[in-house]
Ligand binder design. Structure first.
Ligand code: ADP
Ligand code: MG
Length: 585
């Protein structure tokens, strides 16, 4: 056997194996190029999860014809002007994405240099089919660049085999866009999939952009992070330990504005929550690490998703220290809040999450309102009750405050009422769902953006098998690739909820009950699981209006005196009992 130099075609394909694993990785490279070119608007269009088409158009610098030809050659880059690979701040620097993608797809590159340096005046187009130049010619487009990638891996069976369903590939593409959109909040983004507009992001400050892309519940359940230590800085937002997910899919990590999936950072995040969160649960986080350029090496991984820190333990220390501190502070603050004497305890704190809220466009706030956990109709209209009001004759009385952020204390005409808020609310949600089911149609709340929930394959099979029954209860789920489900609507009775935790628990429930759900009484189990997810957690601080709304609803709901597990939801200390306690009788 003789040694030979590989032809450039083969070299590109080999590189493509590392750089372009699936549509999402090609998309990531293209968007990164747009950002590196100084784009202020990036428009992404996908068909069939990117398997049929990935198109990225930008209003960046554009290229002239010679630059376009060069861009398609291997190891050609405009991003290392001084060969200083240790000081690179652009996303790209390896000069291999375009030729690699072009070697495993049909790629059309169109570009027009800003300022009209093009000899042709307008734009230019170069078409490549699996590495082969198919032709070029003038193209009409505004200054900037548009790249279309069609039939990715169609002629590479070895790769094609590993691709997943269009839906799963789409989920990965969406994730890639979200990560880059968080990294560069100053840039506007749109994303269309199969002709539908999925995302429209206006340029924004980082907190507002993060808030737009993360779970909206983080406004209430998030803690802002901003910590500086020895020239390094950590900013972002993390979820309270009580607000967690069954999958680690909402963890966004950035090093010097570069999205990474770095093991060191993920490990540090995990470690910060140790003892605060169950082993199989995961916090939500968007964390931005900024370190001096010479402290980090980005040239570690062909897809540039991992980095190497010169002093890993310092970075780990920064993250664990900052997060631990913030989590401790927050737990003290909520404890202090619930001890406060003032009747309204839903005080705003100075957290980053709430700053986010202020920066949000007003329409985002409206959605928040609609998702409030108690239907608006139950919140008493008009004047709020205060401690000086006479006690109206409600059986469960008037809310006077909250104990340990878990129990509502109310004053009734004949004594003191203590309500377990989670147990009570869980029951109300269950009864609401039952009533709705008997009445025929269950009100469902369509999600503005259907949520993709990653689960393992058996769990997906179970949920898919029960989809018709779940739809009966207002939960619309459908299969979204081998290991994901798409949630389109949730029962309206639930209010705001976390679909991923709900689906995980439901899958477990269905597995335990065995077989597909056919009997109506099995549905009650499932309804109870759903209800538990829709309920006010213990530990959540409630406003007086929210507490009273809960009490009023309990009074008119059958079986509300017991929680779904058979424990009481409230107890009453009569005046006589109180007097006995104090030896007055
Ligand atoms: P790299 O990004 O590592 O330089 P690529 O293969 O991704 O390598 O791109 C090669 C070159 O093509 C880039 O260095 C850049 O000069 C040019 N280029 C690619 N995409 C664009 C774009 N959207 N706008 C302007 N120039 C681009
Ligand atoms: Mg690049």
């Amino acid at each position: 056997m003789s040694i030979r130099r590989l032809p450039p075609e083969l070299i590109n394909r080999i590189a493509a194996g590392e750089v372009v694993e699936r549509p999402a990785s090609a998309l990531k490279e293209l968007v990164e190029n747009s950002l590196d070119a100084g784009a202020t608007e990036v428009a992404v269009r996908l068909h069939a999860g990117g398997l049929e088409l990935i198109e990225v158009a930008d209003d960046g610098s554009g290229m002239n014809t010679d630059e376009m030809r060069l861009a398609l050659e291997r190891h050609a880059t405009s991003k290392l002007p001084s060969d200083a690979i240790d000081r690179v701040t652009s996303f790209g620097f390896r000069g291999e994405a375009l030729p690699s993608i072009a070697s495993v797809s049909r790629l059309t590159l169109e570009s027009r240099a800003r300022g009209g340096v093009n000899k042709e005046g307008g734009g230019w187009r170069i078409a490549i089919d699996h590495g082969e130049r198919m032709g070029e010619g003038p193209a009409a487009l505004p200054p900037g660049t548009r790249i279309r990638v069609e039939g990715l891996f169609e002629k590479v069976p070895a790769r094609r085999k590993f691709l997943r369903s269009p839906r799963a590939e789409y989920a990965a593409c969406l994730d890639a866009v979200k990560r880059l959109a968080m990294a560069r909040s100053d840039v506007g983004f749109t994303l269309d999939h199969d002709g539908r507009r999925i995302l429209t992001l206006q340029p924004a400050q980082p907190p507002a952009r993060v808030a737009e892309l993360l779970s909206h519940e983080l406004d209430r359940h998030g803690i802002g992070i901003d910590c500086v230590r020895e020239g390094s800085r950590l900013t972002g937002v993390i979820s309270l330990p009580t607000f967690n997910r069954g999958v680690a899919d909402q963890q966004y990590l950035f090093v010097n504005s570069r999205p990474v999936k770095d093991r060191l950072l993920v490990g540090a995040l995990r470690a910060a929550y140790r003892d605060l969160i169950a082993r199989d649960r995961h916090p939500i986080a968007a964390l931005f690490v900024e370190v001096p350029l010479d402290e980090v090496d980005v040239n570690v991984h062909p897809a540039k998703t991992e980095v190497r820190f010169r002093d890993p333990s310092a970075v780990r220390g920064l993250i664990i220290g900052a997060l631990r501190h913030a989590l401790d502070e927050e737990s003290q603050r909520s404890a202090a809040r619930s001890q406060a004497a003032a009747p309204v305890m839903w005080t705003s704190s100075d957290s980053y999450a709430r700053d986010l809220e202020r920066e949000r466009p007003p329409d985002a706030g409206v959605r928040e309102e609609q998702q409030s956990f108690i239907p608006v109709s139950f919140v008493p209209q008009g004047r709020a009750e205060t401690a000086v009001d006479p006690v109206p004759s409600y059986p469960l009385g008037v809310a006077r405050g909250q104990v340990a952020a878990t129990y509502i204390v109310a004053e009734a005409e004949d004594g003191l009422v203590i309500v377990d808020q989670h147990a009570a609310h869980e029951r109300l949600v269950l009864e609401r769902m039952r009533a709705a089911r008997q009445g025929g149609a269950v009100a469902r709340q369509a999600l503005l953006i259907p949520e993709v929930v990653e689960l393992d394959e058996p769990d997906c099979d179970r949920l898919e098998g029960a989809a018709a029954e779940l739809a009966d209860m207002g939960l619309d789920v459908e299969r979204f690739g081998p290991t994901a489900m798409l949630v389109r609507a949730v029962p309206a009775a639930l209010g705001k909820t976390d679909p991923s935790g709900l689906l995980l628990d439901l899958a477990g429930e269905i597995a335990e009950l065995g077989g597909p759900l056919s009997l109506r009484d099995k549905l009650d189990h499932v309804a109870a699981t759903i209800a538990c997810h829709g309920s006010v957690r213990a530990g959540r601080v409630l406003s007086v209006a929210e507490m009273n709304a809960l009490l009023r609803e309990m009074e008119v709901t059958p079986r509300s005196g017991q929680c779904n597990h058979g424990r009481p939801t409230w107890v009453k200390l009569g005046h006589a009992e109180i007097e006995r306690l104090f030896g007055r009788k």
